[in-house]
Design a protein around this ligand. Structure first.
Ligand code: CA
Length: 229
């Protein structure tokens, strides 16, 4: 899941980005409202964490512009101002939820999870099961059969995306958009490298692999037992 974090306080932005990345989100950070708007005009995000008080353009204006452009990306607004006025203004511009600073990072994570569940991955449950794989989103654990298999944050994000869209052939471009952040280099083979690592972890000695490669198209996660396409 790819998140745009818009926060002009550098130290806060750094801490939030680090925490979100540890939870396997791909995070891009910008510090200015106008930069955020131009970023949103030409990139696809799954969620936006948006501070209200920003240089360039306020968070309220960023959100208003986004909705006026017909984009329904979930927005979690951060407001420093305590009080009903700011919160109403935020919700009126089309924000989905808000948090008043200072907040506990765990609450931010819970709200991000809730918004993510509501949106892209429709009614995404906390547990996804495909064949012998069970993925627990809340605790970020993978079980292959009964065995817990450790994954890095990026491996987890990639497998979660493939599992939630099991049966679909997913292009590298799509994977790059939703699992990697701006540091993704389209000329690199990093996606293939990660797929190989995941295969080693999830397939064991089973053949063929649960992750099928479709030449020129992308990757597809399939249930070898045929319960899912
Ligand atoms: Ca601010």
């Amino acid at each position: 899941m790819r998140v745009l974090l818009v926060e002009d306080e550098r130290s806060t932005a750094r801490i939030l980005a680090k925490g979100l990345r540890e939870q396997a989100y791909a995070v891009d950070v910008v510090h200015d409202g106008r930069v955020a708007s131009s970023r949103l005009a030409d990139s696809e995000y799954d969620l936006i964490v948006l501070d209200v008080m920003l240089p360039g353009q306020s968070g309220l204006d960023v959100c208003r512009q986004l909705r006026a452009a017909g984009q329904d990306t979930p927005v979690l607004m951060l407001t420093a101002r305590d009080g009903i006025e700011a919160r109403i203004a935020g919700l009126d511009t089309g924000a989905d939820d808000y948090l008043t600073k200072p907040f506990d990072f765990r609450e931010l994570l819970a709200r991000v999870r809730a918004l993510a569940r509501r949106r892209a991955l429709p009614l995404a449950p906390d547990r996804v099961v495909v064949g012998r794989l069970t993925l627990e989103s809340r605790t970020r654990q993978l079980f292959v059969g009964d065995e817990a298999v450790p994954l890095t944050a990026r491996e987890f994000a990639l497998l979660e995306y493939l599992m939630r869209r099991r049966g679909d052939v997913i292009s590298r471009r799509d994977l790059a958009r939703h699992v990697w952040d701006d540091s993704y280099d389209p000329l690199s083979n990093v996606i293939d490298v990660y797929v190989q690592r995941l295969r080693r972890k999830i397939d064991g000695r089973a053949q063929p692999s649960m992750i099928r490669a479709h030449r020129g198209e992308g990757y597809q996660l399939v249930d070898p037992d045929g319960a899912t396409p």
